[in-house]
Design a protein around this ligand. Sequence first.
Ligand code: C2O
Ligand code: CU
Length: 577
Amino acid sequence: MKYRLLSSNYKTIMIKLQTLILVGLSLTATHSQAQYNKLHIPDTMSGKTFNLVLKDTFTQFKTGQTTITAGVNSNFWGPTLIFNQGDTVHMNILNKLNDSTTVHWHGFHLPAVMDGGPHQVIPPNTVWRPYWKVQNDAATYWYHPHLHEMTQEQMTKGLGGLIIVRDAVESALALPRTYGIDDIPVVLTSRRYTASNQFVTRNSAYGDYIFTNGTTNAEFTIPKQVVRLRILDAEMERSYNLGFSDNRTFYIISSGGGLFDKPIAVTRLPIHVGERYEILVDCSNDAVGTTFDLNAFNSGQSQSFPGGEPGTGGEFGSLLNNKTFTTLHFTVGSATAKPITTIPTALRTNTYLTAADATVSRTINITNGNPGSGIPFDLDNKPFNLTTINHIVTTGTTEKWTVKNNNVFGHCFHIHDVQFKLVSRSTGAIGAYESGWKDNFFISKNESVSFVARFVDYADETHPFMYHCHFANHEDGGMMGQFVVTGTNGLNKALNQPFLFSVYPNPAKNNLKIALGQNIVAYYVTINNIVGKTVMMLPQPEIDQPIDISNLASGTYFLQVMDKNTQSVSTQKFIKE
Ligand code: C2O
Ligand code: CU
């Protein structure tokens, strides 16, 4: 049923896209400080099937020439996806970009083949259909492109979006959760323009203008009550030392992978690239009309703090560096009908991993790239290689990873597949704000940081997960490695053995089914057209479900199945009517 809806949905999305481009024009921002623009709130999508179209777009961000951008169902950035824990979510990703890309589900525990890392390349005009059971706890996650050497460019153009996971524990709490009203997405990033109004996508770590949800000089009318902000640092490199202009106390309720035991009261919160935090801001005692700002108190930060560098131009400078600047201007408005007016005292009971739980230890060294290689940084003196598996992890193991930074720079370490617990920092204590479940952390120069993670399941000897610096320019430059999670017997590839299967009906119109032999497990199904162009990719398809081929043009196609156990590939021809 849900598959049949696909092609008509694409048409609706295309019409919506045109409308959104017009809406984009009305979001036009001037960069004068006096004028505020209404904070853009990305649309939401919920349910179990998500149709996402990635597209090259133009956006009028500045007067004069329009800027070449990209978006997901939109002209810049994408919709906020809302998942319920326990649901199996199905993604229909249509790549209408002129380039290949990937879509990575940052922070999610899911099979590596669905992960959207650099291996799951989606060619132009191809549909990619990953699906997985949502096991993550309620928190804020995100999706973004992860094509090797293209991540900075594709993210800079605007590809990405937030994901909100809801679960029973979070839903039972008296927390603000009316999206766009008292539960506000705040995606922080910045951009730099060329003389012809194009985004600078290379050799530049920092933007000059703040984009909050894609809005410059953003303002929001905040209701007179407790409000939740879901903050993401979607920068290439910059960190934000967040706080409010009136220095009010606010309450951190969630880090990357879930709620804290109880809210943490602070006046400042450092957030680094790729990280998310949910905070509560209490406006219930503010007079209507009160104004205040969410600021980045980045002035006076050390050179090791990304964005603390003093220069205003060049690769590591920016107009925003080492300054305190506003990311979002608030005006207090009247309360909503059923406002939350108190900060909860307890959130959930977490059982965190400790260093003593780990039975395997690994060390990752942040190293300088070889002189003359053009690669500034790498890990363990090895620039990223798509065909090198750097680490093999056995399912069911709890491991302690220590990252050592002997480098002149701070970096942001991120690992796929797991949420971890930080257990030590050589420079001192772990901040309360980073004491929850995380998938990312900042490591300053000459520091060594350890975390503990449990690699529960999803053994897959073929598809690796990534670990890398989340600075897009460092990641593109090779500061990345990969690991596979194997079954308890380790790597054990059987020989390539051809196998038989059939597709039916043949010819087929809308739906196609695959019949496999007894011992064959479909690991990957790819449909190529007559000239060999891949048009559809189905990681580990649910073989009892028909494949929706209604959006394919009539003609001859080749369907290829890879068997999970032997990695053998067999092909069958079919005709689409
Ligand atoms: Cu947010 Cu490997 O990425
Ligand atoms: Cu880095």
